[in-house]
Ligand binder design. Structure first.
Ligand code: F6R
Length: 242
């Protein structure tokens, strides 16, 4: 794992967007998985802005959404679907055949998981995963205590995720479960990047980077990824032993 610290959130976002765009340019049929949430928001905006301005061909890559709140309608502005729809899918005119997001309203969530795993294995795996880190060290909805061996699965959300997750919604919502790619997807991806910004993330970044590798703190698994990066701004880097 390599650690990279950037001056600001903007610089972190620009660099992350560069990595995504350069991959699509060098490998047009790349498979890319992104998290939603506050951290990758600016990255997605930059990818879309540059994609349009520079007329980058995004028509051949495969987009995978990392996770979704179980039971969340797509048109809820706090859903992961809505995030990607407004920030990437619409602006870049991605076709439905190249976009793979969990349907969290499906009556058969196990089938949703199997479908996602099949899509990823048929595409010969994920080239790049860009993920955030939760205030409990989760990646996607891989909550503390999750097995490192999981592929896609449905999981009961941790109290921290339920509380912090309210920030995405205008009105209070009941959040109970998540559907998510597993940490095996992360470990099997050709490149994995954990991004974080702000002083509020300093303690969890310290634990992910300097703490023991443990399923009790899922993001710590990034230490064992051969091509794993932790890319953060200076505020998120204040507590780590460099
Ligand atoms: C969202 C996701 C979550 C977030 C994490 C950090 O799709 O997978 O694991 O990445 O909770 O969220 P933010 O970026 O809002 O701090």
């Amino acid at each position: 794992m390599r650690l990279q610290v950037y001056k600001s959130y903007e610089e972190l976002s620009k660099t992350t967007a560069d990595i995504i765009i350069n991959l699509v340019k060098s490998k047009p049929d790349a498979v890319i998985c992104l998290a939603s949430g506050d951290t990758p928001r600016r990255t997605c905006e930059i990818v879309a802005e540059r994609g349009i301005r520079e007329r980058i061909d995004f028509s051949k890559f495969t987009f995978i959404g990392l996770d979704e709140w179980v039971g969340m309608p797509k048109n809820n502005a706090g859903s992961c679907y809505y995030f990607f729809e407004t920030l990437l899918i619409k602006p870049l005119q991605l076709s439905s055949s190249q976009v793979h997001l969990f349907d969290a309203l499906s009556k058969n969530l196990d089938d949703e998981c199997k479908k996602m795993d099949k899509t990823i294995s048929e595409k010969a795996g994920i080239d790049l995963m860009v993920v955030g880190i939760g205030m409990n060290g989760h990646i996607g909805f891989n909550e503390p205590g999750v097995s490192f061996d999981n592929y896609s699965h449905v999981i009961d959300l941790d109290e921290t995720t339920i509380t912090v997750g309210q920030k995405y919604f205008k009105d209070a919502v009941i959040l109970k479960q998540g559907i998510t790619l597993g940490l095996q997807h992360l470990m099997n991806s050709k490149k994995a990047i954990v991004i974080a910004n702000g002083t509020k993330k300093a303690a969890v970044i310290k634990q992910a980077v300097n703490g023991p590798v443990s399923s009790l703190f899922p993001a710590s698994i990034i230490q064992e990824h051969e091509n794993g990066y932790v890319m953060i701004d200076e505020d998120a880097a204040t507590l780590i032993n460099k």
